[in-house]
Design a protein around this ligand. Structure first.
Ligand SMILES: Nc1ncnc2c1ncn2[C@@H]1O[C@H](COP(=O)(O)OP(=O)(O)OP(=O)(O)O)[C@@H](O)[C@H]1O
Ligand SMILES: [Mg+2]
Length: 199
């Protein structure tokens, strides 16, 4: 049986971009011929709601399936306030660069590091005109983080429960840049060693 790559999208702070990344990384996978699945581990069911609207070309489940699914990669969309470090080896941690949100990210990152997790950090949005956010973003970028600048395409897509890769978004302002950023993060994920034995 083929190995399924397992990726947890995790940050205990709410509203950091976990569901946005889960949906859009899965959509980016389809673009390059990789079959994804999202498992929504959030009782609010954000990513499940996307699936119910019927605009996604991949599956979102509300729980871990009994049988091994026929997919190449699984993205676990975690819920806010979940401080337990996920069991997958690879974590994607989104954060917005405001001070208190950065502090939560650092706390969570420390926990992840004590468990020897591989972490990909993604700065999602933030207010570039604020000096402290700008310098936090620059610092994290220097440390290897990916950056997805604040952009209206995400709210536009999410209003319709679509990914930004949906063809209805083709003419949205700077959608090409945002798609490339998401695809780059997917590329980094695919390069990392997956360790299914831990899940
Ligand atoms: N780069 C960005 N630019 C603009 N808006 C963004 C960006 N990234 C995420 N958002 C928006 O931020 C909001 C929160 O994102 P999302 O719901 O994915 O966070 P979350 O971490 O899953 O939250 P929760 O912990 O409540 O599940 C959404 O409205 C999303 O569209
Ligand atoms: Mg969410």
């Amino acid at each position: 049986m083929k190995n399924i790559k397992l990726v947890s999208i995790w940050n205990p702070k709410g509203g950091q971009g976990k569901s946005m990344l889960a949906i859009n990384l899965a959509a980016a996978s389809i673009e390059i011929g990789i079959k994804p699945m999202v498992i929504c581990q959030d009782q609010q069911g954000t990513s499940i709601n996307y699936f119910r609207e019927g605009n996604l070309n991949f599956e979102v489940l509300g729980e871990i399936p009994q049988e091994k699914p026929d997919v190449d990669i699984v993205f676990f969309d975690h819920q806010a306030s979940d401080w337990e470090v996920p069991s997958t080896h690879l974590l994607v941690m989104p954060l917005k660069p405001a001070r208190d949100q950065y502090a939560t990210y650092i706390d969570a990152l420390k926990r992840a590091k004590t468990k020897n997790k591989e972490v990909i950090t993604v700065v999602t949005g933030g207010q570039a005109h604020r000096k402290s956010e700008k310098s936090t973003t620059a610092y994290l970028k220097e440390q290897g983080a990916f950056v997805i600048p604040s952009s209206g395409v995400f709210s536009r897509a999410s209003e319709d429960y679509r990914s930004i890769f949906d063809s209805s978004m083709n003419k949205a302002y700077k959608v090409g840049e945002r798609r490339r950023e998401i695809s780059k993060i997917l590329g980094a994920i695919l390069l990392k060693q997956s360790d299914n034995s831990q899940n």
